[in-house]
Design a binder for this molecule. Structure first.
Ligand code: URA
Length: 268
């Protein structure tokens, strides 16, 4: 009887590091993939080489296992374990805790305090991702990654934002239900995705409202129509990014994980 032929794809047949996927991602004058990953902060070069060998790295959607592969970090899209890695050297991503009284523009012809006053290292074409009212404090993302900024503000991606509002109490039991069912505003219904009473102290309460839309003054207007005029408002989360301990008037660079999660939130 004839011996069954071994399938050619049998892994043991190939030397370590060999890939039989056709690699169309090579950029001859590019930068070595492990160097790009290490510079982006993924891990040491050695550890990145291992990740490549294990088939955990894709370039433009294609697994690249070949050692020494060269890529263009500015234009190619690189994922590790399915998470996008920001590799373009000139792209920056920040979280600012915008203080009350600061307008959400990069400059203000009327000379009011604006975002540029808080940007420590001005980068070319830095955009703010959406806006906060002048009287609202909290998390504002800043980046020069135009595609990411556009998607994060586009309603079709439904990225959720979380707000804390100080309002007059007591809070009626049905307030959350009303906000989630939808509040009729002059420019259409606005619905909350989430609502929680964080604290109640006599005549004042702190409530949490989660929304995936960004109409002007929307949280203030919803709560006002519901009978709770906002006293103070802060945004504490934008999609996967949390304000955390970033103090008002300070800015921090987003971590690799946060940027990867932002990309994932808008399917980039
Ligand atoms: N909703 C508001 O009312 N104000 C903001 O700044 C953001 C959302």
């Amino acid at each position: 009887m004839k011996a069954a032929r071994q399938p050619l794809r049998d892994r043991d047949f190939y030397p370590e590091g060999y890939s039989d996927e056709r690699d169309t991602t090579e950029v001859p004058d590019g930068v070595r993939l492990q160097k790009v990953l290490a510079q982006a902060g993924v891990a040491s070069r050695r550890a990145c080489e291992e990740m490549i060998g294990e088939g955990r790295v894709t370039v433009n959607g294609q697994i690249v296992r070949r050692f020494g592969a060269k890529v263009d970090p500015a234009t190619q899209v690189i994922h590790v374990d399915g998470k996008r890695i920001p590799t373009a050297p000139d792209l920056v991503y920040y979280a600012l805790n915008k203080p009350i009284g600061v307008v959400s523009t990069m400059d203000d012809p009327q000379g009011r305090p604006c975002l540029a006053d808080y940007v420590e290292e001005p980068a070319p074409r830095l955009f703010h991702v959406g806006r906060l009212d002048t009287e609202t404090e909290g998390l504002l993302l800043l980046t020069n990654d135009g595609e990411l900024a556009n998607r994060l503000t586009h309603p079709s991606y439904g990225v959720q934002k979380k707000y804390w509002a100080k309002v007059p109490g007591p809070i009626p039991r049905d307030l959350g239900r009303r906000l989630k069912q939808g509040i009729e505003l002059e420019d259409g219904i606005a619905r909350a995705d989430g609502f929680t009473v964080v604290q109640e102290h006599g005549q004042q309460a702190l409530v949490e409202v989660v929304l995936h839309e960004g109409r002007k003054h929307v949280v203030r207007r919803m709560l006002e129509v519901a009978g709770h005029r906002v006293i103070d408002l802060a945004r504490i989360e934008f999609g996967p990014v949390k304000l955390g301990r970033t103090k008002p008037g300070t800015m921090r660079a987003l971590s690799l994980k946060e940027v990867g999660e932002l990309y994932a939130a808008v399917k980039l």
